[in-house]
Design a protein around this ligand. Structure first.
Ligand SMILES: [Zn+2]
Length: 118
């Protein structure tokens, strides 16, 4: 399952971050995923408990935000929304567009609890 490998990659990022921040546990994780990233948010959510079991992020809530597909037209310069199968300019219809967003898979925020130093 591709999403499990993606989740395991995220767990490595999260563990590094937790170390750096001296976190005791991770309580929430937010991700931003574009439709062109090749990752199915629901499958990722299913894989997360498996990937996080026994880790610092076990039991954390996972929130996935879906990003819109946006393109910039190389002909008229307009920025518009596009769909997965039709990355054309919404203004002039030209197919020569540059992808602005829609293929990302980003860790947008992590909530954690730090060790208490009394
Ligand atoms: Zn255009």
């Amino acid at each position: 399952m591709h999403e499990l490998a993606v989740c395991q990659g995220l767990m490595r990022q999260i563990e590094l971050l937790a170390q750096r921040e001296q976190a005791e546990c991770i309580t929430a994780i937010r991700l931003s995923i574009g439709p062109l990233s090749g990752v199915e948010p629901q499958l990722l959510a299913d894989a997360f408990p498996i990937a996080s079991a026994g880790s610092i992020a076990e039991g954390a809530t996972l929130e996935v935000e879906s990003q819109p597909i946006r393109v910039r037209c190389l002909t008229c310069g307009a920025e518009s929304d596009a769909t997965m199968n039709k990355l054309v300019c919404g203004s002039c219809g030209d197919f020569r567009t540059q992808l602005l967003s829609g293929d990302e898979l980003l860790l947008t925020s992590v909530e954690l609890e730090r060790r208490q130093h009394a």
